[in-house]
Design a protein around this ligand. Structure first.
Ligand code: SF4
Length: 316
């Protein structure tokens, strides 16, 4: 991370903590909900299959930037399916950089070639060993591994959503992260139980067992891009929600994490983060590790601050 970016984030953190400000710093733009997969745990693929035009994405980038967002994620659906004429995902990442975003990350299912050296991190979903991953995501494991090996840069971060199906394969994903030279890190989430996928959610006891396993893998040298200090809060869902520093933009509509697709596809429309909406019920079961990490950080949790400093300087 550049020193200037570090200075910006440090100043933002100080202002947020000292003055209780609610401005966002992390923004996600949903480029499309079109996807080539139909994963078991997914509630959002192909609802509209709309691919949002570049003029709209540019407008959303400008809105987020003007709100103060400097860490940008492009999400889908499948982001590599995004196109507008000659423009591709790579062009969007370049434009985001030129606009001034300090960190630009892309989330993908990894089934397309991963030629995206301009991204800080490519967050690539790998949901277990071959058997469990394929049980959740269809027969894609070998394609994904081949794409990882052919990628031109080592900016890949594996991204595992832990649920009832794959909870025993945390070690396998960590080992893949350790063995594959193009993989820089691995990041976890717990399944957030949207109404149609509640059966996949983990109990607190199971979440505790998963965090213990992640901790063991960290101690064994796995490059885990999560904060151990946030684990107790993730197990008990005691972190402050919603995370007001993390916003999601889809088709001009703004919401907070955990993103509620019911609201996102409703009539809500605003460019004001303080008015962004979310489902309070879902907040109590939020499994997004980074939402917990950021909300604890910006409430002034000193352990999380130190942990984040160490972790982010290592992997970005
Ligand atoms: S790849 Fe992502 S968007 Fe597509 S079905 Fe799977 S989880 Fe949903």
């Amino acid at each position: 991370m550049k020193l200037s970016a570090f200075a910006h984030f440090a100043a933002f953190g100080m202002k947020t903590i000292l003055f209780g400000r609610k401005d966002p710093i992390v923004g996600t733009i949903i480029l499309t909900d079109k996807c080539n997969l139909h994963c078991k745990h997914c509630s959002v693929n192909n609802i509209t299959a709309a691919v949002h035009p570049i003029s709209q994405i540019r407008g959303e980038m400008k809105t987020l930037y003007s709100m103060g967002v400097r860490i940008l994620f492009f999400c889908g659906g499948e982001t590599f399916l995004w196109r507008d004429g000659e423009k591709t995902l790579r062009d969007l990442v370049g434009e985001a950089r030129e606009m001034g975003f300090l960190i630009v990350n892309v989330v993908t299912n990894g089934t397309f070639p991963l030629d995206l050296p301009e991204a800080d991190l490519i967050l690539l979903s790998l949901d277990g060993d071959r058997a469990r991953h394929n049980a959740i995501r269809g027969d894609t494991y070998d394609t994904i591994l081949a794409n990882i090996r052919q990628a031109p840069t080592d900016n890949i971060c594996l991204y595992m959503a832990i649920n009832q199906v794959n909870q025993d394969t945390i070690g396998a994903v960590c080992r893949t992260a350790m063995e594959e030279p193009n993989v820089r890190a691995v990041s976890f989430n717990f399944h957030t139980p949207y109404p149609d996928t509640r059966a996949l959610a983990l109990s607190r006891e199971k979440k505790a067992a998963c965090c213990a396993q992640i901790t063991r893998m960290m101690e064994a040298g796995a490059p885990v891009f999560n904060l151990r200090s946030a684990f107790p809060h993730l197990i008990q869902n005691t972190f402050p929600t919603p995370c007001r520093q993390c916003v999601v933009m889809e088709d001009g509509r703004l919401s907070m994490i955990p993103w509620d697709y019911n609201l996102a596809f409703g009539t809500f429309q605003t460019a004001d983060a303080s008015a962004a909406v979310n489902d309070p019920g879902l907040c109590g079961e939020c499994g997004y590790f980074f939402a917990a990490e950021y909300s604890l950080l910006f409430r002034g949790n000193v352990r999380v601050m130190a942990d984040m400093l160490r972790t982010y300087l290592k992997y970005i």
